[in-house]
Write a protein that binds this ligand. Sequence first.
Ligand code: S3P
Length: 442
Amino acid sequence: MRPRRFISGNPLTGRIRVPGDKSISHRSLMFGALAVGESRVTGLLEGEDVIATADALRAMGAKIERRQNADAVEWVIHGVGVGGLQQPENAVDMGNSGTAVRLLMGLVASHPVEVRFVGDASLSSRPMGRVITPLSETGAQFEASEGGRLPLTLRGICPAIPITYRLPVASAQVKSAVLLAGLNTAGITKVIEPVPTRDHTERMLKGFGADLQVEEVDGERIISLRGEAELSPQIIDVPGDPSSAAFFVVAALIVPGSEITIENVGLNPTRAGLFEVLRKMGGQIVEENRREVGGEPVADLRIRHSPLKGITVDPAIVPSMVDEFPALFVAAAFAEGTTIATGLEELRVKESDRLAVMAEALAHIGANVEEQGDGITITGTAGEYLPGAEGSIKTHLDHRIAMSMAIAGLGSQSGVEIDDTSPIGTSFPDFEQLLDQLTSAD
Ligand code: S3P
């Protein structure tokens, strides 16, 4: 356990870069591992979640190397080709990462191998039934722990059956698991997505040369993938993670006198919902130098301290900011008036139950919060600092709870103690260092 107290101090000033996008980093390694030949990736997030993906792919035969070149770190992946994943010798440990385990389950499902997946206490409490159900239709077999959880053993099948699957929950992980199983499955695998979710899998698989089509029919997205795909190696530059930028954006908005620039932030429309909501609340977030990096829209964001107003969040925007609600709740606690967010049931099955944990944590430090079954109502301080509290906030192995409450601490009188900052390493190893840099007076 590494506790730390975060407290009000200097405004945030300066320029930073946040690490590479987690979703794109996982996919770069996975697709590189299935291509024939050498892929090279710069900007890869070197967080524990992504390292777990690299280790699992190595255990299944891919060669993955980190090279420190003169000007940048480069990850070099020698893929085994679609269909070439090998039986790992031991159980693969996916640590804290839901994305890693669910996407890898998809990949393995159509390979003739048996894999035992294990994870930490948080991951072992998360539902895997959402991927077990569609992947079982392909012919893969599962022996899961009670409630469809980890540890579980997956017996892949080859040839697998191509399926058409309509997503019952808005989940990019489930969509991706089904599509990845389709890579090594002859025929067309289809996913019907009633509500659009992050589309990195589609963009990147196309980039790797897969035959993948996306159509819109009656407001639904239909994604069709032709297997058995041949993926050709790529050179990828991973853009900065908007989900990591989110914490500094909110911090700069709530701490008076702040003005920061965050360079190279990915602004894929399926990810950028938070920035839209914060702007509607009055947040000054200006995009500069818009460009494309790694096939994704990117810009530098300039953020200034701003008085915020409460808002009713349109539930339709939830999938494009599903990981950013803890940060939004902090912003809402400093806004003038009431913020109402609904349609948030998915937050209960993230690394922790983020609705319950954030409601309790914010109330503990003096915010006015009410938790509902699928949402939250927060009445803010109109810019006043929150009291803060004695005792520490439990982060429940959830990196985003730790970072959100750290930011809340910057706007508190007596400070906010986080019981354990170590989970931050899953997605943002240099978070504290960057925060200290932005808040150091010179
Ligand atoms: C992710 C999808 C989202 C998100 C997670 C990353 C991905 O999960 O919360 O952090 O990379 O596909 P769901 O698909 O469960 O919404």
